[in-house]
Structures are given as C-alpha cells and as structure tokens.
Design a protein around this ligand. Structure first.
Ligand code: PBG
Length: 332
C-alpha cells in the first residue's frame, strides 16, 4: 500500500473546526470513567483538611452521605474508601482492620444508605491500622510477613464484604493474597463481590500526601520496597497481572498513574481485561502546585491527564480530581 503524502494528505483538515475535531476524536472521557477516593476520619460533623493535598479533606462518617449523593449526581459510578484510624486503635497486629464497626465499615453503611446506586470499593491492606505503617505484619527484622499477612487480609476483605463493599481492592502486594481472598469470598457466599487487584503497584515517591491523609507517614519505619515493585521494572508488571488474574482478580490496577502509562498500555494490550490506573496523591498535588504557581490551567491539566489514561487503554481512573472532572465534563 502506498501511503499518501503531502499535499494529497493534509492532517490539519481534521483539526480545522470543533465539529470535525469532535467527530474524529479517538477517545473520550466520561464521568463513568472515574472512581473517587474518599478519606474518612473519626468524630462527628468533621471536615479535616490535608495540607499536602489541597482541596481534599477527610470527612467524618456522618458527612459521607452528602459525598455519596454528590458522586451519584455527578455520574461517578464508584467511590473508594480510606480511613484515618485514630492513633489509639493502631497496633502491631492491626486488629482494628477486622472490627466490623471500624471507620471503614461505618462508612460503607453510610454510603449504601445514602446512595445505593453507586459502588463502594474498599482497600485491603493493613497500613491504616498498624502502629508501624506497613501494609502487613512485621517480623523481628522489620520484614513484612507474607502468608501471615495474607491470612489477615482475607478476614479484612470478608468483614468489608459482609458490610456491603462491592469491590475489594488488595493494595498490599503480598504474594498469593488475591487467590486467598477469592477463595474466602466463595467460601462465605460473597461470590458477587469483585476483586480489583492492585496488581502492579510500585514503591513510589508519589504516595506522600496519601500517607498524610491516612496518618501513616510519621509512623512508617523504613520503606515498602520489600513488597511494592521496583520502578525500574515493566515486564515484571505483566507477571504480576498474570498471577492476579489467574488467582481470580476481576480487574487489575496499575499505580501510580501518569509516570506508568507505559505499564497501563502494556497490561491492556497483553491481557485485554478491565485495567484501572490510580492517579495517586502525589500526582494530584503536582497538578495543584502547578496550577497554583500559574504554570498551567487547573481544569485543562486535569482533563488532559485523565484523557491520557484513556488513550493508554485504561478502563477507568481513580483520581482525587474525579468530582472536578465530572463537573467539567457535564458542563461540556
Ligand atoms: C496503602 C495504599 C497506598 C495508596 C493506596 N493504598 C499508599 C502506600 O502504599 O503507601 C496510595 C494512594 C495515593 O498516594 O493516592 N496500601
């Protein structure tokens, strides 16, 4: 085939007016592409601002009904919940993670009461509950114990499922936990609860504001490189995804987002399964800092970065900018 060239082909013809740009757009962002992460704090009537995440707050459970209705009215299909566990309830064995009346469980109920039409995704990992800030139980050498942690994660996922979580999302990166959670859900009759595996989760410098939000930054001893992936590795992500799918993950996630778009694209191409990206807290903070410094227009930065995920092949994106983006999209 002879490929046409200039002047027979003028690419600018397709860019000459809004109608033709709209007609030729290969990808489109829609509110249903978004998952909105919400932070929860103890207390009543509380909104706590998070200085490293300007514009994002922790909400007490009684204020979540409003957030749930806001998500529904904006057309956002799902919210993701993260607790800031009171310091006195954190311990070495993360027992609070299994308390059926903990912040997360109360939050699930509040959201399901207020807006049963939207989905609730819960994080399965122990870091909001441990006194040392790691995602699992730690041995004498400070190493996170895999199989012992995995057994607790199964219990944590079951508590969340029993309370009404629609999707459980293991973010801990223990080996074998997806299979163990899937087996537990089957055994206990929660066969409709989906698993979104944080399959390719990197040991990233972009999680700082999140750790402030859930109160684990000051507690964390060492780093998470013994279980989260090395940012140097791309092929390893495909092995992680293959394993999680084989163990029963319904959908997979790549995290962080923008710096790992190559991984998002490779996962989608290789497996063709629902593939989500997490535009993490440090990415949100970067956009906010750029906008505040006058380096770019916030709304345009937000919509462009979210569209980039779609172009890379993402099925959807977890983003703290979800409500802003949904509002901008509905305004056209
Ligand atoms: C914890 C968890 C983290 C995030 C989601 N779940 C942080 C971490 O692994 O330390 C990060 C999300 C973000 O930065 O927005 N298991």
């Amino acid at each position: 085939m002879v490929s046409p060239s200039f002047p027979a082909l003028r690419m600018r013809r397709g860019r000459s007016a809004p109608w033709i740009r709209a007609m030729l757009a290969e990808h489109r962002l829609h509110p249903t592409d978004l998952i909105w992460p919400l932070f929860i704090c103890d207390g009543k009537g509380c909104e706590e601002q998070i200085p490293t995440l300007p514009g994002v707050s922790r909400w007490s459970v009684d204020r979540l009904a409003d957030k749930a209705r806001e998500a529904r009215d904006l057309g956002i299909p799902c919210v993701a919940l993260f607790p800031n566990t009171p310091a006195g309830l954190r311990s070495d064995n993360a027992g609070e993670a299994l308390n059926a009346d903990n912040l997360i469980c109360r939050a699930i109920k509040a959201i399901k009461d207020a807006a049963p039409e939207i989905g609730v995704l819960t994080d399965v990992a122990l870091d909001p509950y441990t006194a040392h800030g790691h995602d699992g139980l730690v041995d004498e050498r400070g190493c996170v114990k895999n199989d012992e942690t995995s057994a607790i994660l199964v219990e944590q996922a079951l508590v969340q499922a029993a309370t009404g979580a629609d999707i459980v999302a293991p973010s801990d990166m223990m080996d074998g936990r997806v299979g163990a959670i899937r087996a537990g859900l089957e055994r206990e009759g929660y066969c409709d609860v989906a698993i979104m595996a944080y399959a390719a989760k990197y040991a990233s410098a972009f999680y700082g504001p999140f750790r402030d939000a859930v109160g684990s930054r000051g507690l964390l001893k060492g780093d998470k490189r013994g279980y989260q992936m090395d940012p140097a590795n791309g092929l390893e992500a495909l092995r992680e995804v293959a394993l999680d799918l084989a163990e029963g993950a319904d959908m997979v996630m790549v995290k962080p987002g923008l710096p790992y778009l190559d991984v998002v694209a490779a996962v989608k191409r290789e497996f063709g399964v629902p593939t989500f990206a997490y535009q993490v807290s440090g990415e949100y903070a970067m956009i906010e800092a750029a906008a505040s410094a006058g380096a770019g227009d916030r709304d345009a930065l937000v919509l462009e970065t979210l569209l980039a995920f779609k172009r890379a092949g993402a099925t959807g994106v977890l983003s703290y900018h979800a409500p802003l983006a949904a509002r901008l999209l509905s305004e056209g």
